[in-house]
Ligand binder design. Structure first.
Ligand code: HEC
Length: 132
């Protein structure tokens, strides 16, 4: 008799580890305390932000040293159209800049902006959303 042995299950890539995600972009600025009735709105960020404070933050935090508001590159890309990318992208780019690297740029953006307070961050995102 012929024994049919050795049916070896091939387990593909089960042990693949992604070392790239050591930092989960867990910053959430959605738990805002204001309960004003902007009803039925899923967007947690940047709907209620104060864009003029956001603009001040942009300058005050030093963003403008690296980013123009037009299409010119300073150190980072010009932000003329950043608003079309949406809240989440903008927020993540700020609080976890390494998570999304813009092609052709180095990761020179400081990672310290995650510690900016929620309210200012929200205003900043709001402001950037107007750039489109
Ligand atoms: C030291 C220079 C530097 C500073 C300061 C800086 N950035 Fe950046 N930023 C960069 C670089 C370089 C990139 C492109 C690489 C990357 O994606 O991280 C970038 C990327 C971005 C992007 C994504 C742009 C795109 O086209 O997708 C956003 C949004 C952004 N920065 C916002 C900010 C904001 C807001 C601040 C201030 C809170 C700031 N940056 C401060 C250098 C900087």
């Amino acid at each position: 008799m012929i024994a049919i042995g050795a049916i070896i299950p091939i387990l593909g890539c089960a042990a693949e580890e992604s070392s790239a995600s050591a930092n989960t972009p867990s910053q959430s600025i959605s738990n805002s305390t204001d309960s004003s009735s902007t009803a039925g709105n899923e967007k947690s960020v940047a709907e209620t932000g104060d864009t003029s404070n956001g603009q001040k933050q942009f300058v005050g935090l030093g963003c403008s040293a690296c980013h123009s508001l037009g299409s010119d590159t300073i150190v980072g890309p010009g932000l003329s159209n950043i608003g079309i990318k949406g809240d989440q992208y903008i927020l993540e780019s700020i609080v976890d800049p390494k998570a999304i690297l813009v092609p052709d740029f180095q990761d020179l953006m400081p990672e310290s902006f995650g510690s900016v307070n929620e309210s200012d961050l929200n205003d900043l995102v709001s402001y950037l959303k107007t750039l489109k």
